[in-house]
Design a protein around this ligand. Structure first.
Ligand SMILES: NC(=O)c1ccc[n+]([C@@H]2O[C@H](COP(=O)([O-])OP(=O)(O)OC[C@H]3O[C@@H](n4cnc5c(N)ncnc54)[C@H](OP(=O)(O)O)[C@@H]3O)[C@@H](O)[C@H]2O)c1
Length: 303
């Protein structure tokens, strides 16, 4: 089936890969962006729009009548959300409400991209049914947006990834930072006491694209395996054949610049998604091999 899919955050770390994956699968994409443009490809119609302009957003969705909406835009700067709570609310909660209502009005299947940061991190390896308890404002706004989606929509999927990494989009992911720094011979510190489930942007995008066909409803954890940031950095060094001895141990207590608290262990169990989807989003070795190629290509392009 080929769908008309509206994607928000289409120039972002996840969104840019989503656009490519949707086009590859034969869909038509209406790509909403604010400042970072989506990939230029046949079948992609870029639309520059601030999603907090909710009336314009609603009008667009009603006019375009997408069969599916993938809402990947968010204020993702965790410390920025703590500093600018009103702004975080407008983007993460207010715009999500407008998107959920407009999607319902046109009977579009809504995929909302949430986060592992809805959890407090005291337990780790969370399943979909575990009780969220965010410990920072970013996590709170993303959880409230989940509530809004559940309340408004009756045809939705909430996807929760963790620590998205990859090449491309509007920011440098942790993995890219590690690879860039080590390749320049710079020492980096990575946390031994923060655990996440690093999720490769390309595989996450492919899993979401597959979800458009399978159409699961409810909440789905789509993420990689559990690792400390330190061990993740070591795996990157190993796979990219970069000097692992430049990776030094860091501790959360040393992160003096952090404004927001971070969960200690927000890793996710993904048994449900692995049963529903064929995409091998969980395979770290495969993901890092692909990441290595993307990273090398981006360096040879000089970007
Ligand atoms: N990164 C992670 O580790 C992580 C982990 C778990 C979940 N998530 C979730 O995954 C989703 C994608 O994250 P990501 O890593 O791809 O983030 P990202 O690279 O920061 O992309 C988010 C996009 O949202 C857009 N956006 C923000 N405010 C907007 C506004 N007012 N109007 C229109 N667009 C706006 C940004 O556009 P501009 O750049 O053009 O301003 C940006 O391209 C988010 O929902 C995030 O909460 C991320």
């Amino acid at each position: 089936m080929s769908y008309r899919v509206l994607v928000t955050g289409s120039g972002g770390l996840l969104g840019s890969k989503l656009v490519k994956s949707l086009i590859k699968a034969g869909h038509e994409v209406i790509a909403i962006y604010r400042s970072h443009e989506p990939p230029k490809m046949t079948g992609v119609a870029p639309v520059k729009l601030d999603i907090t302009r909710t009336q314009e957003l609603r009008n667009l969705i009603i006019r375009v009548r997408p069969e599916a909406v993938i809402h990947a835009a968010a204020m993702t700067d965790v410390d920025g959300c703590e500093r600018d709570k009103a702004g975080a609310w407008r983007v993460n909660v207010g715009a999500t409400e407008a998107i959920a209502k407009a999607s319902k009005a046109v009977n579009a299947y809504l995929i909302y991209v949430s986060t592992d940061y809805v959890f407090d991190g005291l337990k780790g390896l969370y399943v979909e049914g575990d009780l969220p308890n965010p410990i920072n404002y970013y996590g709170l706004t993303k959880l409230l947006a989940e509530f809004v989606v559940k309340e408004v929509s009756d045809d939705y999927l909430i996807v929760r990834p963790s620590a998205i990494y990859g090449v491309g989009g509007s920011k440098t992911s942790f993995a890219e930072f590690v690879a860039n720094s080590l390749s320049r011979g710079e020492v980096i510190k990575a946390l031994t006491d923060q655990f996440v489930s690093p999720t490769y942007n390309k595989f996450l995008a492919e899993a979401i694209t597959e979800a458009l066909e399978v159409k699961p409803r409810g909440i789905l954890h789509v993420a990689g395996p559990r690792l400390s940031r330190y061990n993740f950095a070591l795996r990157i060094a190993e796979e990219l054949e970069l000097p692992a001895e430049l990776v030094r141990e860091g501790r959360v207590k040393d992160m003096v610049g952090w404004v927001a608290r971070r969960p200690r262990d927000s890793s996710l169990r993904t048994d449900k998604a692995r049963k529903l989807l064929r995409t091998e989003f969980h395979d770290l070795s495969k993901a890092l091999r692909d990441f290595r190629n993307e990273w090398l290509n981006s360096r040879s392009r000089g970007s």
